[in-house]
Ligand binder design. Structure first.
Ligand code: XLS
Ligand code: NI
Ligand code: NI
Length: 482
């Protein structure tokens, strides 16, 4: 999500220390304080592969000692009636993988990939796009997600910005055709530019609302043109710090009108992809309007938008809102709203949107159990909205991170298959409610359990005996499948 442009000073230092692209290719990384490679950003002339040391990643099974191999993810293997690749529908997030710099609020960028020249030029955007497609191909992932502003640089005017976008999108379209890939989703990045400091669709400035509309219009067109399967709304600043200077009702009304206009425009251009909303409770504003799945559902219902939107559940956002990812997935699923998963995880101590690759097998198993109950995610999938740790600075680390995240979820899927086959946990849940498999239970479940009838039954039955909930047994059964 960071802008690629480096401070001018770094560029000046960099240009006097310039290395050729070929030498750069041999290096894993170059020191961050040199500001990256340094040809001034004029050319798109990268020779050869971007990842010469990395082969196509293959499945080698759980005993493999090769870090550049899958242990659990075997794309073509059929599990629970579907190929693993069709359960997963993995996607690389362009912004984290290719625009992430490793900077944090206290520290400078640590990553400076060999192909980066320190500029935010069009030529650089093209070269980076080519690196991205080679990355996906070697990883064996055929979907990607993008923010408009992260694939193409801002121009001085909207016309210039859109022209930049068109040029990059043409290249992406060509690379997609060569590699048989497409976007899982696209989105407009409506949070970084200072014009969006009060929000985009919720900005009190009508000209900013209009600008956001123009930006989303273009992003929808581009996503459609590239054959994207979904389009995501994550406002970032759609919320407030304090109600002292904001009008919550007015902002929510504006947001709903904005989303309705997006629905109308989607239909107008014939875009068939699903529109998704990605809840997040805070960061950067304190109270965001899409706090969690339930809040988002209430908003969609109030404004009559339920048929038009599904939800993109991000695991780290779930935990920020005080829920587990599994809770959010189930809330979305039972309401017919589960559209996509931003696959990441947070740090239990840090409590920030740290966007880590998921490595917890138990969490992945719970996530996959919701996906299996949902019958899969298509046309959604798993987008790795996750980034390398600041200290991971080798090109190879990009692959290791994705391999780890993919294997973790693949292992989760295998565990769900084991749990289903074993059946004990499902049986425990079935038994928990079996008292409702009675005449009176059926009456209640059909909505006909009136209070007088139930009172009569209580007088007949006397005090109920309440059986154990068997939580520890459930935990034993679940963990024995991991
Ligand atoms: C940020 C969000 C963002 C969205 C896309 O927290 O997760 O990355 O997925 O704008
Ligand atoms: Ni996300
Ligand atoms: Ni996030």
């Amino acid at each position: 999500m960071m802008k690629g442009s480096k401070p001018l000073l770094l560029l000046l230092v960099a240009s006097s220390l310039c290395l050729s692209a070929v030498i750069a290719a041999q290096q894993q990384t170059c020191p961050a304080d040199l500001g990256g490679k340094c040809d001034g950003g004029a050319s798109d002339d990268w020779e050869g592969e971007f990842f010469p040391g990395v082969p196509k990643i293959k499945y080698e099974g759980p005993t493999s000692k090769n870090p550049l191999a899958y242990r659990w993810y075997n794309a073509e293997e059929v599990i629970l009636g579907k190929k693993m690749k069709d359960w997963m529908r993995f996607s690389v997030a362009f912004w984290h993988t290719f625009r992430g710099t490793g900077a944090d609020p206290f520290g400078a960028p640590t990553k400076s990939w060999p192909w980066e020249d320190g500029t935010n030029s069009l030529a650089m955007a093209k070269r980076r796009m080519r690196a991205h497609f080679e990355f996906m191909e070697k990883l064996g992932v055929d979907r990607w997600c993008f923010h408009d502003r992260d694939i193409a640089p801002d121009g001085r005017t909207l016309e210039e910005t859109n022209a930049n976008m068109d040029e990059i999108v043409e290249l992406a379209k060509q690379l997609q055709a060569e590699t048989n890939t497409k976007p899982l989703w696209g989105t407009a990045q409506l949070f970084m530019h200072p014009r969006y400091m009060h929000g985009a669709a919720t900005s009190p400035e009508v000209k900013v609302y209009a600008y956001a509309a123009a930006q989303v219009k273009k992003a929808l067109e581009v996503t459609h043109y590239l054959g994207g399967e979904n389009y995501v709304f994550w406002g970032g600043r759609e919320g407030y710090q304090t109600l002292l200077n904001t009008d919550m009702k007015r902002e929510l009304d504006h947001l709903a009108n904005f989303l309705q206009a997006a629905v109308d425009y989607k239909k107008k251009i014939g875009f068939k992809g699903t529109l998704l909303i990605e809840p997040k409770p805070q960061e950067p504003t304190k109270h965001q309007y899409d706090w969690d799945v339930a809040t988002t559902f209430a908003f969609l219902q109030k404004y009559g938008l339920t048929g038009e939107f599904k939800i993109n559940v991000e695991c780290n956002h779930a935990t920020l809102s005080g829920h587990s990812c599994h809770h959010e997935l189930e809330t979305a699923r039972i309401n017919g709203l589960l559209g996509n998963i931003d696959a990441n995880t947070g740090d239990p101590q840090v409590g920030w949107d740290t966007d880590q690759f998921m490595t917890d097998i138990a969490e992945a198993t719970l996530v996959m159990s919701s996906v299996v109950k949902n019958g899969g995610l298509a046309p959604g999938g798993f987008n790795f909205d996750a980034k390398l740790r600041r200290e991971s600075t080798d090109v190879e680390d990009m692959f290791l991170a994705h391999i780890s995240g993919m294997d973790t979820l693949a292992r989760g899927l295998r565990n769900v298959a084991k749990l289903i086959e074993d059946g004990s946990l499902d049986e425990l849940v079935r038994k928990r409610y079996q008292s409702f498999d009675s005449q009176i239970g059926a009456l209640i479940e059909s909505g006909k359990g009136d209070f007088e009838t139930l009172e009569k039954k209580v007088l007949e039955w006397g005090e109920p005996t309440v059986p154990s909930g068997k939580q520890e047994l459930a935990e034993i059964l679940f963990h024995s499948a991991l």
